[in-house]
Design a protein around this ligand. Sequence first.
Ligand SMILES: [Zn+2]
Length: 171
Amino acid sequence: MRKLIYFLTLITLVLTIYLHADPYEYVMPVKGANRSSYSQRSFWAYPWGTSGHHKGVDIFAKKGTPVLSATRGIVVFNGVLSKGGNAVLVFGPWFRQHYYAHLDNSEVGLFDFLSPGERIGTVGTTGNAKGKPPHLHYAIGRLIPKLEGEKEWSKRFYQDPTPELNRAGRN
Ligand SMILES: [Zn+2]
């Protein structure tokens, strides 16, 4: 038991150092996308189908366009979801989870270590994006909720990706 605790502590420490290593790099998660590829009002749009609020940003691109990891991180989910279709969840810096959904195909494996800009898969229409224009649904979840600022409790568990996307997509 004691050995297990030591082991888990070591793993956590290594991951924490790895994820927080400087410099913090942020890459546009769809190759070639810019500010005109998504709406400034995409995040928290309401009403949004069966999802209530829209918890991410839809970045539109041709089917097959490479989807890139926005940050460094570790793949903690890689599978098929009813709404998200082919989806990948990457645990990145500051205890944030980057969610990439509706992929045409995923090219990563569970627990892969990703660098910023590394390929995750391609833009598609899987899950509830079927029949809609191809796009990446990209969301940032927070493991630690915001302590203040948002009236809606559920919104505290999401980070608005728009400012970082805007910085990355200035071209
Ligand atoms: Zn979406």
